[in-house]
Design a protein around this ligand. Structure first.
Ligand SMILES: [Zn+2]
Length: 137
């Protein structure tokens, strides 16, 4: 499943950063999930917790944070987030969550009304921060 593959990628990235260090040096990992990323957060959390438990750095903590979407209009240059998108219902929001491409069907530039915009932020899953214990640096 998609969520498990993403969780495995987070584990792999964490392991490679730790390479050569004592696993107990890892303090915390912060994972950023784009607001427009199609992901079941519950499954992702479960997958990451399960994989995490098997690792030598399991005493470290991880947190999941949502990266708010940021959109930029190609016509007028206006930048905005989902909160500022006019007329976006919670049903639309749900649809966008499961199919980010659907965003273009529901979202228009709040400034000029154009449906032509790009997603600047809020897509994908990334590692925001890896905390290493001070004594290990
Ligand atoms: Zn615009």
């Amino acid at each position: 499943m998609h969520e498990w593959a993403l969780a495995e990628a987070v584990i792999a990235a964490t392991s490679s950063v730790l390479a050569g260090r004592d696993p107990s040096c890892l303090k915390s990992v912060s994972v950023l999930i784009g607001e427009l990323q199609a992901i079941d957060r519950g499954i992702f959390d479960f997958a990451l917790s399960s994989l995490w438990e098997e690792k030598p750095f399991r005493s470290a903590s991880f947190t999941l944070r949502t990266e708010p979407a940021e959109l930029s209009c190609r016509a007028c240059g206006c930048g905005w987030g989902l909160e500022q998108s006019p007329g976006l219902t919670s049903a639309n929001r749900e649809a966008i969550h499961f199919l980010p491409e659907a965003a273009h069907a529901f979202i228009r530039c709040p400034s000029c009304g154009s449906p032509d915009y790009q997603v600047v932020r809020g897509r994908g899953v990334s590692i925001e921060n890896i905390g290493i214990l001070q004594s290990c640096l």
